[in-house]
Design a binder for this molecule. Structure first.
Ligand code: TYM
Length: 325
């Protein structure tokens, strides 16, 4: 099974990125053919500072490797190292209706807020479709917020296949129910744009402070509470052991405890959960050349696949003459 996903280097990664997406990349890398990339072309729609984009792209590679992405098992690369994807984007753009893009959430939200959107943001789902289709991807592990974009990708692939001949594989989104929409410090979806994130590699002290400030409801301590639907409990569940989860759930149901207790327990399990990745990251920081080599080798592998798919698409729509069989 060919699996592919991308992640934007628009800031340091947070718990939502990890539990919604990155953990799936790692879980799938043993038994599947994984392609994972740092979406720096997409990041250009928000970051307009060359040095910062370079830094965040490098950080993203370090983070992914430290979290357990293994370059011997999966292909890790930078989006802009594969120019075939941009070429494919244009071809797909000619099969994309304006209405389809107007309905896409990222663009719609900005427009509704009165923020000027550029053509890059508007056509963002077409570039994302090219990312997916260029590798004949079958599964795309993502969080809930990306599912609409994968539907767009299927629409575009269908439209191209219908106009010309069957060229593209139709991908499917892969989401993990319990982590498809990880809540942030305000209980809404964790997102860089809502300023409610908890960073994966944040310094421990400020991270703990942030966790202690997570918003909760104001029910009295004595009241028994249902753990389901409580965002603190939801976060705790992602990192605690089965036994710890059971214990915490019965504490909720009994009542007589404060949210401060849960927050402290959450900070403890988070620290324990990510300790090995923090250690690996420190090691990797001392080997920038190794990281560069991994990305270079990944780009070479990825380009070979993308070039083949692009050639197929160019032939199907008449940009190149059919090859004699
Ligand atoms: P991005 O960079 O916003 O997010 C990367 C991944 O993290 C997931 N995610 C979450 N999952 C659960 N709960 C959350 N609170 C949460 N926040 C973020 C996202 O769903 C995503 O899987 N357009 C994509 C990048 C991209 C891409 C692609 C993805 C470009 N090309 C091709 C898949 C295939 C994006 O902006 O993700």
């Amino acid at each position: 099974m060919r699996v592919l996903s991308g992640i934007q280097p628009t800031g340091r990664f947070h718990w939502g990125n990890y539990f919604g997406a990155i953990r799936q990349y790692i879980d799938l890398q043993d038994d599947h053919d994984g392609y994972y990339f740092i979406a720096n072309l997409h990041a250009l729609t928000t970051i307009r500072d060359a040095e910062l984009l370079q830094q965040l792209t490098h950080d993203a590679a370090l983070d992914l490797l430290a979290l357990g992405l293994d370059p011997d098992k999966a292909t890790l690369f930078i989006q802009s190292d594969i120019p075939e994807v941009s070429q494919l984007t244009w071809i797909l753009m000619t099969c994309t209706s304006m209405g389809l893009l107007e309905r896409c959430v990222a663009y719609k939200e900005k427009k509704e807020k009165g923020i000027a959107a550029d053509a890059g943001l508007f056509t963002y789902p077409v570039l994302m479709s090219a990312d997916i289709l260029a590798y004949d991807s079958q599964w795309v592990p993502v969080g809930q917020d990306q599912v609409q974009h994968i539907e767009v990708c299927r629409d575009l692939a269908n439209s191209f296949n219908h106009h010309f001949k069957s060229t593209f594989v139709l991908p499917e989104a892969r989401i993990v129910g319990s982590a498809a929409k990880v809540p942030g410090t305000d209980g809404e979806k964790m997102s860089k744009s809502y300023d409610n994130t908890i960073g994966l590699f944040e310094e421990l002290k400020p991270q703990r402070k942030k966790i202690m400030r997570i918003q909760t409801d104001s029910r009295p301590m004595e009241d028994p509470k249902e753990p389901e639907g409580d965002h603190l409990f939801q976060l705790y569940q992602l990192m605690a052991t089965a036994e710890e989860i059971e214990e915490m759930a019965s504490l909720y149901r009994q009542g007589g405890f404060g949210y401060g207790h849960v927050k402290k327990a959450l900070a403890d399990v988070a620290e324990r959960y990510f300790a090995p990745a923090r250690e690996r990251r420190q090691e990797l920081e001392n080997h920038p050349d190794t990281v560069r080599d991994i990305l270079k080798a990944g780009a070479e592998r990825a380009r070979t696949v993308a070039a083949e798919v692009l050639a197929r698409a160019e032939e199907a729509c008449g940009l190149t003459a059919p090859k004699p069989h």
